[in-house]
Design a protein around this ligand. Structure first.
Ligand code: THG
Length: 266
C-alpha cells in the first residue's frame, strides 16, 4: 500500500503559521480532519518556520493534531532535540523525519532511535551536500540503511528519501531521483522510498500538474510513499490510478471504489 504523508501542518504555509501564532486550534483541527478523511496515512507536523519558537509550537501542535485524528504522525524537524521531545509526546508509533548521514545529525539521532519503537525517514544527505548523481543517492542509501540495520531497525520501518530537487535548477533532477528509486527498491529490498514531491516543481508555473505527473513517473520506478497534499483531488485520483496500473490493486477494487465514491473523474 502506498504511504501518503499529509504535508499540510507545516508553518512554512502562511495560514498554518498564522493559526499557530494565534493558537487557533480550530483551524488546525479542521485541516487535520480533512487530511484524515482524504486518505492520509500519516500527518506530517513541522513547526520549524517561527524561528526560536519551534519547541513550544511543536508541543502545541502535537496536542491539537492528536485530538483531531487517530492517524500516526510524521515528526518533521532537522533538530534531533525537537524530535526527541516530540517522540515523547505522541501516543502512536511515529514516523521520525528525519536522520541523514550529516555527521552531527547522524551522531545525535542514532542513540536516540536505538531501541525505540518508530519508523524513520532517512535522507540521502551527507556533509558534502545534496546528491549530484543517482549513484550518490544510491551509495548514501546503502550506507544509511546498513547503519540503521546495525541498530536493529527493520527495512519495512525505513523510508529512504532520495532528496527530490527542482527541475528548474538542473535538467537531470527528475531522472536522478527516478533512477535512484529504482535501484534502491531493487538493491535494498524491503525498504520504502518517500520524499517531498513538490520540490520537483519549485520555480516553475503550473506546479500541480508537474507534481502529479512526476508522482506517476516515480511510482513506475517503485516509489511507494510521498509527502504530499491529500486534499488535492487530482493528485489523489492520479495516485489511485497509478496504484491500479502498477498492479497494486487486486481486481482494480480500490480504483472502482474510488470511482463509485466520485473521487476519480475523467
Ligand atoms: N523531505 C522530507 N521532509 C520534508 C520535505 C522533503 N518536509 C518538508 C517538505 N519537504 C515537505 N512539506 C511541504 C509542505 C508544504 C508544501 C511543500 C512541502 C507547500 N508549499 C507551497 C508551495 O510549494 O507552493 C508553499 C506555499 C506557501 O508558502 O503557502 O504546500 O523533501 N523528508
Amino acid at each position: 500500500m502506498f504511504t501518503i504523508i499529509g504535508e499540510r501542518i507545516n508553518t512554512t504555509l502562511g495560514k498554518v503559521k498564522k493559526a499557530v501564532e494565534n493558537r487557533d486550534a480550530e483551524y488546525i483541527i479542521q485541516d487535520v480532519k480533512k487530511q484524515t478523511q482524504c486518505g492520509a496515512t500519516y500527518i506530517d507536523v513541522n513547526a520549524g518556520a517561527r524561528i526560536g519558537h519551534e519547541k513550544e509550537d511543536m508541543k502545541w501542535l502535537l496536542k491539537i493534531v492528536q485530538e483531531a485524528t487517530d492517524l500516526p504522525l510524521c515528526l518533521d524537524s532537522p533538530d534531533p532535540l525537537i524530535l526527541e521531545m516530540a517522540y515523547a509526546l505522541v501516543d502512536k508509533t511515529p514516523l521520525v523525519n528525519s536522520i541523514s548521514l550529516e555527521k552531527e545529525r547522524f551522531d545525535s539521532m542514532m542513540p536516540f532511535i536505538e531501541g525505540k519503537k518508530c519508523k524513520i525517514i532517512a535522507l540521502c544527505m551527507d556533509d558534502s551536500g545534496m546528491p549530484k548523481t543517482s549513484e550518490d543517492i544510491i551509495n548514501r542509501a546503502k550506507t544509511i540503511v546498513a547503519e540503521l540495520e546495525k541498530i536493529g531497525m527493520k527495512r519495512d520501518d525505513i523510508f529512504v528519501d532520495p532528496l527530490i530537487q527542482p527541475m528548474s535548477v538542473e535538467n537531470n533532477n527528475g531522472t536522478m531521483a527516478m533512477d535512484a528509486v529504482k535501484a534502491i527498491m531493487s538493491d535494498l529490498k524491503g525498504v520504502h522510498t518517500t520524499g517531498g514531491l513538490s520540490n520537483i516543481s519549485y520555480g516553475l508555473p503550473k506546479r500541480k500538474i508537474i507534481n502529479r505527473n512526476f508522482l506517476l513517473m516515480m511510482m513506475a520506478n517503485g516509489f511507494d510513499s510521498a509527502i504530499m497534499d491529500p486534499l488535492d483531488k487530482d493528485i489523489m485520483a492520479a495516485l489511485k490510478t497509478g496504484e491500479m496500473l502498477a498492479g497494486h490493486d487486486d481486481y482494480c477494487m480500490n480504483f472502482l471504489k474510488s470511482v463509485r465514491a466520485g473521487d476519480i473523474e475523467a
